[in-house]
Design a binder for this molecule. Sequence first.
Ligand code: OSB
Ligand code: MG
Length: 374
Amino acid sequence: MPVESVEIREINLPLVSPFETSFGVEKVKEAIIVALKKNGVTAYGECVAASGPWYSEETIASAKYIIKQLLAPIVLKEELDSPASFIDRTKAIRGNNMAVATVEMGLWDLMGKLRDTSLSTLIGGEKKEVQVGVSIGIQPTIADLLDNISSYLNDGYRRIKIKIKPGYDLEPVKEIRKKYPKILLQVDANSAYSLQDSNMLSELDTFDLLLIEQPLAHDDIIDHSKLQKLLNTPLCLDESIHSVEDARKAIEIGACRIINIKAGRMRGLACSKNLHDLCQLHKIPVWCGGMLETGIGRAFNVALASLSGFTLPGDISASKRYFKRDIITKEFELTKDGTLEVPTAPGIGVDVDSKLLDACTTSKETLTVQQFRP
Ligand code: OSB
Ligand code: MG
């Protein structure tokens, strides 16, 4: 039996502090939350598209269109035996990975809940807890940045990532290293540089960084491979990798030595797992990226990061790093080892707080198969 209904909401949840990257500032987490209902079970998916096409081409409006017009009818009309067969069924839809991933992840949660199995177990995860770090946005001053780092280190985070952009790169890294010579440190440029910046990027080699994330164009691998040859620090691709094939090509030409996996960017968990498997084969370390998700998206990230090849700490911080109050009943908290526990309850393993979800909902519609009958 296909799913009985697809509920599509838009939500607005204020962030505890603005998050600035080389492409803009986010003050509020805006997202689409999809709920799939079947046999008395409600399963959730979260869409990581933003209000505008800054990180990728997709937006909340474009994703909503694709979910409503193209994906909802599939799950409302057809019996699909697995999330992988849903992905197969969406072959004719080019791109729009974040929209497809939203429904795909909803199907994983549904399958887990119907089979009384945790998501981590369903996908073959082995870890009981996952290593995590924190991603710190561009700060008004270096002093603010150092204060932020000190407070996150006090919380127990063991890996720091800072966002960089032209004019805010060598200086902050140098100051962090002066104060903290030993911490695990990495930087993320979100495509703010070009090969003309090779000299500055080479200077980063002196600071013992874990990796440099996506320094060059979002749609490039050629220049990244040229740059990697000039640097000792591993390059890590984020924006450039949308499929296992993208990764195969990037690895083949040496465009990166590390890959960040985000299920939204990868069309869902099934493709993310395939990417993880490819990277294991090629001995490419991977880590789970983040998109400032609510507790719903975070639960998927934690399950994904429980796969054995996720050997580097993920951008999966505790709920309170993002929100005053997350929309799940038991928020994600940092353990004393600086990790997050992998939920063991069925599906995503966290309960959505429906009152809090309603409170941050700005629009809601429910689709059933009736709407799609000719
Ligand atoms: O490039 O990793 C990124 C947030 C929004 C868009 C892109 C990125 C990010 C982050 C946030 O770095 C990481 C997190 O969710 O904690
Ligand atoms: Mg990134």
